[in-house]
Ligand binder design. Structure first.
Ligand code: OGA
Ligand code: MN
Length: 382
């Protein structure tokens, strides 16, 4: 079987991998003309209307987490991908900076887990923000400086902490999920027809301009009838959404700052990847201004606090060249609990290691094991 897998790659029969590599290529640059841009007009044969539950989230509840009223969201489905919903930046003006600050300053804090914990002591990774801001607030000196901890951050896990080696979550590795992000997720899921969503696990990915995310399926959660939510901030990216097999050619779309995706139903277990990070349109000028807006643009009852000027200076510099993606998952179904025997054992032999972040520079990249839901031929390194 291993031989067959190798020959499939040589023959270029893994359509997803071929397209992944073409979008990742630097020289010559790829043709971006087929990439769907939901922030612009999308050819009507490619999209289907997304049915949102307008009554599920009140305007006040939406505003509390920094979202526009649901009737004002621009939400779209994709032809051929039932259950996939793309929401073009539904954030109220002035609220994205607070979420960016949470991703850079708050969520990397203990007890959450990050890539730096893998080879540093807890005291060294205690205050990533505090240990980085001084050097990040200085104007660039021209000389190459050692990277700050914040610049070396690649992933953070929340709630049930994802185990990258066993590809599992477990009952005994859990810390409280951030209440604000839980509430944001609950509102998004409710509006998309999934009331009572429980944010139980989160993975934050921090991308530099040369980062990518390998081809994978998110199948470690025990209840696949619950949606997977994805929020993006900072620089833009190309997202590839494929099929249930790696032989299925993926659809390419841009993800810009503030955009959200919901993978549910038949689209919950599809292959996907991020082959490329791209400069944000207009260099995030609008978001820059939002960060400086007076704090009054957030409601008094907001769950997200306004960003201080000092914090925004660091955040805005960080997102000038980086992208942050947050995925939120419900791991267990209603009344469900983890199996007695760790499911890691039954999974250890499935699949090969796929680079989680395939970075040009290597470094602290975590490795995420992926297995196939199709056949053995598609467990190929990207
Ligand atoms: C993930 C994922 C996509 C992204 O973390 O599982 O698919 O846009 N992220 O970073
Ligand atoms: Mn994923």
């Amino acid at each position: 079987m291993a031989k067959m897998a190798a020959s499939m790659v040589e023959n270029g029969e893994d359509a997803f991998r071929k397209i992944f590599k073409s979008y990742r290529r630097r020289n010559p640059p790829p043709d971006f003309s087929d990439v769907i841009d939901f922030s612009k007009r999308v050819p009507s044969d490619k999209i289907v209307p997304a049915k949102l539950d307008l009554a599920a989230v009140s305007d006040v509840d939406a505003a509390r987490v920094g979202l526009k009223p649901v009737r004002d969201w621009r939400a779209c489905g994709l032809q051929g991908y039932p259950g996939f919903i793309f929401i073009s930046n539904p954030f109220l003006l002035g609220s994205q900076p607070s979420w960016v600050r949470q991703c850079l300053k708050t969520y990397p804090q203990k007890p959450n887990v990050c890539n730096l914990d893998m080879h540093m002591s807890p005291s060294e990774t205690q205050d990533i923000w505090g240990k980085s801001v001084h050097s990040l607030s200085r104007p660039p000196s021209g000389k190459s400086q050692p990277k700050t901890l914040l610049e070396r951050l690649r992933w953070v896990t929340l709630g049930y902490h994802y185990n990258w080696n066993t590809k599992t979550y477990s009952a005994n590795h859990y810390t409280p999920f951030p209440a604000d992000l839980h509430l944001l997720s609950l509102q998004i899921a409710s509006a998309c027809g999934f009331p009572g969503f429980k944010a139980e696990a989160g993975i934050l990915n921090y991308y530099q301009s040369d980062s990518s995310l390998g081809i994978h399926v998110d199948e470690s959660e025990l209840d696949h009838s619950r949606p997977l939510l994805s929020f993006s901030f900072g620089q833009s990216s190309i997202f590839l959404l494929g099929g249930v097999c790696r032989q299925d050619p993926p659809t390419a779309m841009y993800m810009h700052s503030g955009d959200m995706m919901v993978m549910s139903g038949q689209s919950r277990l599809l292959y996907h990847a991020v082959p490329r990070i791209l400069p944000a349109p207009q260099g995030l000028a609008a978001l820059e201004k939002e960060g400086c807006a007076p704090a009054s643009s957030l409601q008094d009852c907001s769950v997200v606090e306004p960003v201080s000027e000092e914090d925004w200076a660091v955040c805005s510099r960080y997102i000038q060249s980086s992208r942050v993606n947050v995925t939120v998952r419900q791991v267990l179904g209603p009344g469900q609990s983890f199996p007695e025997t760790p499911s890691s054992q039954q999974r250890m032999d499935a699949g090969q290691t796929v680079g989680y972040h395939d970075e040009a520079a290597g470094g602290d990249s975590g490795k995420r094991k992926r297995s196939s839901s199709c056949d053995s031929a598609d467990t190929v390194k990207t």
